[in-house]
Design a binder for this molecule. Structure first.
Ligand SMILES: [Zn+2]
Length: 175
């Protein structure tokens, strides 16, 4: 990589960080924890027992996995991505795209009732957090620089998504 590129990239990140600093609201997406009959509510101790340490750090403590850690990043083929916390089906593989960010990215969830949005003011930025509608687990963030048709980029932590290939799928994890 040339020196010029090395200098341009951080500058571009700064600029994009500024541009992306906004709260995203989408009609039909809840901004408070949705009321559901199948809500999964566990104590902190129960979550720690159910999840791996890494999954717990992300889902329950709003952590972020390192970029390019690889889990589900290059996952290809038809299938469905489920929440590792509660098995809710969140994203179809055919809405996944290569964002170049190092995190699995989707342009829309399976349905608007699968997730909810919360304003995140951490680190001096305004971002929009994406949470699982069934277990309220932290999944990642959403930005408005995604591809058509939604223009949204759901920037997810691959470690809290479970991919199930289409073949042999029994439609588990639904509502
Ligand atoms: Zn969940």
């Amino acid at each position: 990589m040339k020196l010029a590129s090395l200098l341009v990239i951080p500058a571009a990140l700064l600029v994009s960080g500024y541009v992306l600093a906004q709260d995203i609201r989408t009609p039909g997406v809840a901004t408070t924890s949705p009321i559901r009959k199948d809500k999964v509510v566990l104590t902190d101790a129960e979550w720690q027992k159910k999840l791996t340490r890494e999954q717990y750090e992300i889902l329950r403590a709003k952590g972020t996995e390192p970029a390019f850690c690889g889990v589900n990043l290059d996952q290809k083929g038809e299938g469905t991505y489920y929440c590792v916390g509660c098995n809710l089906d969140l994203f179809f593989a055919n809405t996944k795209f290569n964002s170049g960010t190092g995190w699995p990215s989707f342009y829309k969830p399976i349905d608007r009732d699968r997730i909810w949005f919360k304003t995140d003011r951490e680190y001096g930025m305004i971002r929009t957090e994406v949470l699982c509608a069934r277990c309220d687990g932290h999944l990642g963030h959403v930005f408005n620089d995604g591809p058509a048709p939604t223009g949204l980029r759901f920037c997810m932590n691959g470690k809290v998504l479970k991919f199930v290939p289409k073949k042999g799928e029994k439609g588990h994890g639904g509502r």
